[in-house]
Design a protein around this ligand. Structure first.
Ligand code: CA
Ligand code: CA
Ligand code: CA
Ligand code: CA
Length: 232
């Protein structure tokens, strides 16, 4: 039996978890009747400010059905946040920050779900919406579901068979991503650089096309493996 010493997934840098935004949901603003403003209001003994509709200065509005509405005064529900809240602590308050949670995806991309073709949306105030350790940006690149902790890009198995090693990982099929399998001999002292396989993957079922892929390394004795995923 051969020994596989270590495995890892090469991805973008991990983000530290950020505290969830302290926010209220409040409704209802009737069509054409109510209005959304920057006036400070007092709720629960604290000052809050309405967050205006998406794409306007001040933040984002989410309709009661989860839809986005640009038109101030036509929202069925609005989200209000504590004044000057800075979710990611970068010194830019949420009202002025294009990326509230600092995960590299814009608030707009997160609330519209654009990186996932609108299949799902992610939380613009949480860098890892489903808490699976992969940031929403990582999941956008890997094509995994940011709302499902069981959907994550990872090596799930390394099997030793004689001189060979088989490496299996969760992949997005339908040829939607490029995967590069890299290896490194002996002790781990850097990023594996020897490419043994690079290709897209077929299979899977819509909308996520999740599948597994296995590659055999004929020199797999005590090697490190890394899988890189590229979004064309
Ligand atoms: Ca900020
Ligand atoms: Ca973000
Ligand atoms: Ca995640
Ligand atoms: Ca996930």
């Amino acid at each position: 039996m051969k020994t596989i010493r270590k495995l890892f997934i090469a991805l973008l840098s991990l983000y530290a978890g950020a505290a969830l935004a302290d926010f209220y949901h409040i409704g209802t603003v009737h069509n054409g009747v109510g209005s959304i403003s920057d006036n400070t209001v007092s709720l629960g003994g604290r000052d809050w400010r309405h967050v205006s509709a998406a794409a306007q200065p001040g933040g984002i509005g989410i309709g009661s059905a989860g839809t986005i509405d640009h038109r101030s005064g036509f929202l069925q529900a609005v989200e209000v946040r504590r004044r000057d809240l800075d979710t990611d602590g970068d010194g830019v308050p949420d009202e002025l920050d294009w990326d509230n949670d600092g995960d590299g995806l814009s608030d707009w991309d997160e609330v519209t779900g654009a990186p996932w073709g609108g299949i799902v949306t992610s939380n613009p105030n949480n860098p890892d919406t489903d808490g699976d350790g992969a940031s929403d940006l990582m999941e956008a690149i890997a094509g995994t579901d940011p709302t499902n902790p069981d959907s994550v890009f990872e090596i799930i198995h390394i099997d030793s068979d004689g001189a060979d090693a088989e490496v299996t990982w969760t992949a997005r099929g339908n040829h939607e991503r490029i995967y590069v399998v890299r290896t490194l001999d002996d002790s781990y002292d850097g990023t594996p650089s020897e490419v043994i396989w690079s290709n897209t993957v077929a299979g899977g079922e819509a909308p996520w096309f999740e599948t597994t892929e296995t590659v055999t390394d004929p020199a797999g004795d005590a090697r490190f493996f890394a899988i890189e995923v590229l979004k064309p």
